[in-house]
Write a protein that binds this ligand. Sequence first.
Ligand code: FAD
Ligand code: NAD
Length: 462
Amino acid sequence: MSDEYDVCVIGSGPGGYVCAIKAAQLGLRVACVEKYPVLGGTCLNVGCIPSKSLLSSSEFYYRIQTQAKDYGFNIADLSLDFSKMVEKKSSVVTGFNQGISGLFKKNKVKEIHGTASFVSSNEITIDGKEKLKAKNFIIATGSKPTELPFLPFDEKKVLSSTGALAFTKVPKTLLVIGAGIIGVELGSVYNRLGTKVIFLEFLDRICPTLDTAVSKLLQKLLTKQGLTFHLGAKVTKGSSNASCVSLDVEIKGKVEKFSAEHALVAVGRKPYTEGLNLKGAGVSVDEKGFITIDENFKTTCSNIYAIGDAVDGPMLAHKAEEEGMAVAELLVGKSPKIEYMAIPSVVYTDPEVACVGLTEDAAKKRSLKVKVSQFPFKANSRARAIGDDEGFVKIIADDASHQILGMHIIGPHAGELIAEGVLAITKKLKAEDIAHTSHAHPTLSEAIKEAALMITSKALHI
Ligand code: FAD
Ligand code: NAD
């Protein structure tokens, strides 16, 4: 297999497969090498998609249990068939695995399975055997979960997100170390299915990258659903045996002991470049292991580029996709631009959380003069009609010009609603632009219009 390609993409996650398809659509001869037997990377196989499938199924189950009566349904014999729920998740994933393979065929991307390792800047080996040459390489090898040194993953008792997505029966008790995005999403899934879930979070609030008001309300609402949070909690020791995991946790200067059937360690992820032999190609990494790139995704080797979780920045599938598209365009001489300020982030809890741009605290830290508005879903007719009225839309705008600098939504369908904020920030719109745009009635999106009106003058419905 000593064929020469214009581009060889290493890794088939959302960064890699999108880059491969786009490059092929732009007329380049493309190969994509993937270590695993299926395409789609972390996102499809052990990340975004399986977690969202379980989140959706478990939310359905939880709402039937807690809300059906309010809507006039009497469901006498509700019971959980967890294996069916798992089967549904797996079938969604398999469908997309095949879907990406189909897209590769359609776009004439050569699909190759095996571990890529650089021999030189224009040649790799695959599983140490076959060789492949290309004019350009794109490294899109993603990230892996971070381990605690004293509590290594065994994926039976001490779990990463991968293990926590692979339960075959619902655990009775689960300790979650780290109340970040993975923690609150997967913790929500099992809490809804009946697991006693206890969080141990090092900082003084959950999901610390969110706007403070949003993270506080999220904690309050998740606590109401039965999740237990210990903040300022430092796990100092851990051990596991066949029946449980035990932890020593320092909280307010005292050591407390916790134990549960399993522990999920969700304290972040780190770039994954093992086995690539980056040195052999002259590609450098920074002190955290992220591949060093310039503003055009070029590594320290002039024909090798890197994108997605393997480079510094938010570890999000759509950020990886944007970079994949951009690097393909760069290779054919276009000048794409990614607006990183306008990359949204969504937490798929109930209620959902979605944000884009600056938080109020970040704006203050930068000494920006801002105007802040907050419109509650309780004053939105659609939210009231569907019985889902917790939360708010918060807008951060420049005080003088009213240009939108941040939008933070906690509430029903926040992940869908945030697209309006993303567009506003990308196109540098002002609150007036949203306030004077017609929003259908009754819709949740009217809450965004009202929050924009509050920046320009006054809301109509509070
Ligand atoms: P990856 O998706 O990690 O893909 C990298 C691929 O490279 C892998 O398939 C790997 O096998 C392959 N590879 C590695 N080394 C080699 C090699 N030497 N040779 C060949 N192949 C190699 N993000 C969101 O935006 N929304 C979400 O809802 C969301 N949910 C998540 C839920 C969980 C539980 C997790 C863990 C993550 C979630 N993420 C989410 C993050 C998202 O999955 C990542 O940001 C995204 O997958 C990064 O894409 P990537 O293409 O950079 O890398
Ligand atoms: P995270 O950075 O979101 O959260 C990690 C949490 O662990 C933080 O709250 C941090 O303070 C805490 N922590 C760190 N060390 C600790 C320790 N020793 N003890 C206790 N707490 C500790 O990381 P994550 O939840 O592991 O997620 C990893 C990445 O995956 C994120 O960057 C995220 O972008 C991505 N992801 C995204 C989504 C989504 O977009 N919906 C879903 C899941 C994952």
